[in-house]
Design a protein around this ligand. Structure first.
Ligand code: PEP
Length: 268
């Protein structure tokens, strides 16, 4: 039996400066204390400039909250103005980093090869890369979803030969669902995540059974429980619903209730 501990991560994108972040995490911490979220990993993913302050609150308040970053350099050090290295993030208490989020791919021209090199750099620096993949609206309309996922995931896993599956995460984020208010159906999210696990098997073998695969795209407190119901969905990457402590706590409550009920067990 393989155990995959679910993760729910809140990606703040370009929102909340470090002062706002301190208030946010302090309130989120108070809400978490009143909830039972012990069965899942809860992660916040603030902008770079917030990381130090958020890490201090987590430490001072002893919060069961993981710290993620939204991006990392493919380089370890050197003359790369504006870049931030994985080891620097690791030293700040960051444990996980989004790699190849669709907004990086679209607005900053991050291609599959760069995503792969960046995931490798994250691992070298001691971080868990959360590799984001997903098809666009046009690709979906063309029936090319499986092919896009195979290309995007294959590019990364091909570069990470011999990697321990437990040191990676994958987030299936259909581009058309991100920020649109229209989430994938649980059936579509489940089948895409199952497809990703099959693809991962080609590179990781049986260890793909321990790879955590999340769904992301217009997750809210209202749809979170049903989106984590399919067996291959191991958690959620949440954007706008994570921007307020109440909104994120709503998602976390829905997910933990779902795992507590008979619908899903985090241990399989
Ligand atoms: C995201 O950007 O990772 C995301 C899932 O955003 P939203 O929840 O706002 O669609």
């Amino acid at each position: 039996m393989t155990e995959r501990r679910p993760i729910v991560a809140g990606n703040w994108k370009l929102h909340l400066d470090h002062v706002e972040a301190v208030h946010h995490v302090t309130e989120l911490g108070m809400r978490l204390r009143a909830m039972d979220v012990a069965s899942i990993d809860v992660v916040v993913v603030p902008p770079f400039t917030d990381l130090r302050s958020v890490s201090s609150v987590i430490e001072a308040e002893k919060l069961e909250l993981g710290l993620g970053a939204q991006h990392v350099s493919e380089f370890d050090q050197g003359a790369y103005t504006g870049e931030v290295a994985a080891a620097m993030l690791s030293r700040l208490g960051v444990t996980i980093v989004l790699v190849g989020h669709s907004e990086r791919r679209t607005f900053f021209h991050m291609d599959d090869a760069t995503v792969a090199r960046t995931a490798a750099a994250a691992l070298r620096g001691g971080l868990t890369p959360m590799i984001c993949v997903g098809e666009s609206e046009d690709e979906r309309a063309d029936g090319a979803t499986d092919e896009v996922l195979a290309r995007q995931l294959g590019a990364v896993l091909g570069e990470l030969a011999g990697v321990d599956a437990e040191r990676l995460c994958v987030a299936y984020e259909p581009v058309w669902a991100i920020g649109s208010g229209t989430a994938a159906t649980p059936e579509d999210a489940g089948s895409a995540c199952a497809h990703l696990r099959k693809l991962a098997e080609q590179h990781l073998g049986e260890a793909a059974a321990s790879l955590r695969i999340l769904y992301g795209g217009s997750v809210s407190a209202d749809n979170a429980a049903e989106l984590v119901t399919p067996p291959d969905v191991d958690g959620l990457l949440v954007g706008s619903a994570s921007l307020t402590p109440a909104g994120f706590a709503g998602v976390l409550g829905a997910v933990t209730d779902c795992y507590r009920s008979s619908r899903r067990s985090p241990r399989r």
